[in-house]
Design a protein around this ligand. Sequence first.
Ligand code: ATP
Ligand code: MG
Length: 383
Amino acid sequence: MQIANDPVFHRADLAQYFVDYIKSPDASSGLFLAAPRRTGKTTFIKEDLMPLLRDQGATVIYADLWEDKAINPSQVIVNAIRAAMSANEGLITRTAKGAGLTKFKVAGFEVDLAAIGAHDGISLARALESFALATRKAIVMVIDEAQHAQTSEEGRQTLFALKAARDAMKGAGSPGFRLVATGSNSSKLATLVNAKDQAFYMAPLEDLELLGMDYLAWVLQMSALRQKPTLSALRQGFEMCCHRPEPLRAVLRELGRVRSDAAVAPDALDARFLALMRQNLQAARDSFLQGVHGMAALDACVLRRMALLGKDFTPFDAAALAHYRQLLEADGSTPELPTQSSVQSALLRLQKEGLVWNAGRGVWLIEDTQHSEWIRASLSAQT
Ligand SMILES: Nc1ncnc2c1ncn2[C@@H]1O[C@H](COP(=O)(O)OP(=O)(O)OP(=O)(O)O)[C@@H](O)[C@H]1O
Ligand SMILES: [Mg+2]
C-alpha cells in the first residue's frame, strides 16, 4: 500500500527571511517564534526553514519537546545532539562505534558521545563547540515547543547549557551557534525571554506569520473538487477556523461528498461551504463546552477564570477565591468557599487533561487559545 504524505505548501520567502534573521547579529541571543496551535509551525520549520539552513551550510539539530511527553525535555535535547553528532561525524564515529567505542577525537577534543550532558560527562557547550570546529559549520539548534523545557529543573538547566554554548561559540574562531525556539503561544514563550533569571532573557520573540491567501490559492489549485468555492469564501472559512489547515481540509472533503449532478451556482456553493464550516466548528465547540460543563464544578470555574483573565490569571489569592465562588454560584452550585488546596488539585487535574499549562512561578495558561475564545464567548452569551 502506498500511503500519501500531506502535500506541503512551501513558504520559501518566509524561510529566507528567517534564515537571514538567524544569520544576523540580531539573533545572536537566539530567536523565538510563536504561532497558535495547529497553524503550521512544525511544518514550516521542518519543510522550509531547516532545509534552507542546511543548504546555506549550517548543521541543524532538531528537538521536539512534545514528541514524547514522558521523556524529560533535557534528555530529548541531549539525544538530538548526540544523534546529530553520530550522523555527522561519519568515518570517525563509525570507526569508533565499530570498535565498540563511544569516545573519539574531534578537533583535538576527546568527545564521549554517551557522556554528553551526563552529570560528570562532557558539557553540552564543549560537545557543540567541538562538533562545530570539526565540521567547520555553524550549528543551529531548533527546539520545537521550547516552553516545555521550563517544566523541569533539568530542562531549565539544559537551556542554560545551551546559553553557555552560545556564549562560548561567539568568538571569531568558532563557526557559531544559534538557538531557534518555537512555541504555540506567545505568552508561554514570553515567559522564557522576559524573566531575568531565564537563560534566553531578552532574546527576540517573533510571531510566525499565519498561512494566508497564497496558501489558500494553492489549496484551491490542488483540490480535486469538480466545483470549487471561490478564494474569497475560502478566506472567510479559513478565518473562521483560526487559520488552521485541518478543519479547512475536512470541510472541503465534505463539500466533495455532497453529490449533485447539476452544476451549483458559485454563490450557492460558497454558501454551502461556509455553512459546512460553521457546522463543523460549532460541533467542535459544543463538544468542548459540553466537556467543560461535565467537569467537576471547581475545575470548570478555574478554567473559566483563566480564560477570562489570560496572563493576568492568579490562582489562589483572595480575589481568585471570591471569583471562583461567584462563578460557582452562577453555575447553580451552592459551594463551600474553595480553598488553596482544592484549587491546586483542580489545576493539576486540568494539567493532566492537557487543558492548561504551568509556566512555573504560579503562571498558568490555557493550552489552546481557541478554547479560551470559546469559553469567553459562552460566558458573555450567558450575561
Ligand atoms: N505549509 C503547509 N502546507 C500544507 N499543510 C500544512 C502546512 N502547514 C501546516 N499544514 C497542515 O496543518 C496541520 C498542522 O500543522 P503543524 O503540525 O505543522 O502545526 P503546528 O503549529 O506545529 O501544530 P502544534 O501546535 O500541534 O505543534 C498539519 O495537518 C499540516 O499538514
Ligand atoms: Mg508543532
